[in-house]
Ligand binder design. Structure first.
Ligand code: NDP
Ligand code: GDR
Length: 367
């Protein structure tokens, strides 16, 4: 891979031709999207650095399969470093050390319902976290002259909130949770740093995207985990909230490609990324349970605790700009996505059953 960079090339940052690899820095690398984006960038030949936060248990399960011991310098192209988007000094230090070409800000307290419980923390991570990283990029460029650096901000369809669909880049925001308000702030910080300092900074406004790696307390994965466990006999009930909300659900693996595409354009811009198809939670239940021959009505119990103080009723994106300008389009459709998630979670439940039968796990312990 050719490069116009002036820094000296450490041995482990060069490809087989001795050219410097492109270097990406990802916050939120241990999350669903971080893991898919890392695989995608490694496939493209990048060296990938991920910032992970300290936790009392290991939090790297989603990237363990691509982790290679860093002592093996020629093979390890994904590297992990401790940092936190609430700690500005750590962000600037890693930028100065890693010298990335592309920065992907995926870190977030990303659960909408939880953001009502911890609004202050959510704003600190989601809104001010983005500002800290942008400011670190700005001061890093000013100190080093590395103005070619490109920044991606993980924006969300939640910013549209109660504005009716279809939602595009020109649709006004009306956020309905502390999380969504914080994402709006991060969006405008990104626009402002682009306009004020000429930084190549893009907002991806991504609609919901799911996968077998989705966190287990988001509704899609909560459903497919339950389907697997009910099918295998480890669980009988599934407690849910509002089944009438509609979401435009795509596959995370498709969406990380759009993030990368935004940073390969001549000019920085903002893009909606969506399948342009919307389904209710109830429709998701029908496909997921029906796929394994179950009726969701026999298992689902409505529990008020999963209702939100303000709900987002209907999200359906208009992603024509991303399709026309980036040439992006989703490969995985709704039914295929649901079935992929159910297939994986049935296999996972089978493995759990082995542990339960051997007395190593409590069958009542629901995810
Ligand atoms: P996840 O919740 O799966 O991952 C969030 C990541 O952020 C994790 O790696 C988490 O670390 C990390 N993180 C949380 N707090 C901090 C912190 N203080 N400092 C550093 N890292 C932190 O989210 P997704 O992968 O689903 O989403 C990625 C991004 O895209 C998020 O910003 C999300 O808000 C946004 N988004 C997601 C959409 C979706 O449908 N998935 C749609 C639109 C936007 P840890 O593993 O330690 O918890
Ligand atoms: P969302 O995803 O809020 O759209 O945010 P989530 O899966 O949490 O909710 C989707 C819809 O399902 C309804 N719902 C439930 N949700 C959860 N989590 N648990 C339940 O038991 C339940 N029952 C019904 C919700 O009320 C809601 O209407 C996701 C996150 O990934 C954000 O970070 C991202 O920005 C947006 O998608 C786009």
């Amino acid at each position: 891979m050719a490069s116009n960079r002036s820094e000296s090339i450490p041995a482990d940052a060069a490809d087989s031709n001795g050219d410097r690899r492109k270097v990406a820095l990802i916050t939120g690398i241990t999350g669903q999207d971080g893991s898919y984006l890392t695989e995608f960038l490694l496939d493209k030949g990048y060296e990938v650095h991920g910032l992970i936060r300290r936790s009392s248990n290991f939090n790297t399960q989603r990237v363990n399969h691509i982790y290679i011991d860093p002592h093996n310098v020629h093979k390890a192209r994904m590297k992990l470093h401790y940092a936190d988007v609430t700690d500005a000094s750590s962000l600037r230090r890693w930028l100065d050390t890693i010298l990335p070409d592309e920065v992907y800000n995926l870190a977030a307290q990303s659960h909408v319902a939880v953001s009502f419980e911890i609004p202050d923390y959510t704003a600190d991570v989601v809104a001010t976290g983005a500002l800290r990283l942008l400011e670190a990029v700005r001061s890093h460029i000013s100190a080093t002259g590395r103005s070619h650096i490109r920044y991606y901000q993980a924006g969300s369809s939640e910013m549209f909130g109660s504005t009716p669909p279809p939602q595009s880049e020109t649709t006004p925001f009306h956020p309905r949770s502390p999380y969504a308000v914080s994402k709006c702030a991060a969006h405008w910080y990104t626009v402002n740093y682009r306009e004020a300092y000429g930084i190549f900074a893009c907002n991806g406004i991504l609609f919901n995207h799911e996968s077998p790696r989705r966190g287990e307390n988001f509704v899609t994965r909560k459903i497919t985990r339950a389907v697997g466990r009910i099918k295998i006999g480890l669980q009988s009930k599934l407690f849910l909230g509002n089944l009438q909300a509609s979401r435009d659900w795509g596959f995370a693996g498709d969406y990380v490609e759009a993030m990368w595409m935004m940073l390969q354009q001549e000019k920085p811009d903002d893009y909606v990324v969506a399948t342009e198809e919307s389904h209710t939670v109830e429709e998701f239940l029908e496909v997921a349970f029906g796929y394994v021959g179950l009726n969701w009505k026999d298992h689902v119990v409505i529990d008020k605790r999963y209702f939100r103080p303000t709900e987002v009723d209907n999200l359906k994106g208009d992603s024509s700009k991303a399709r026309n300008v980036l040439g992006w389009k989703p490969r995985v459709g709704f039914e295929q996505l649901v079935k992929m998630m159910v297939d994986e979670d049935v296999e996972l439940a089978k493995r759990e059953k082995v542990l339960v039968d051997a007395g190593y796990m409590d069958a009542q312990q629901q995810p």
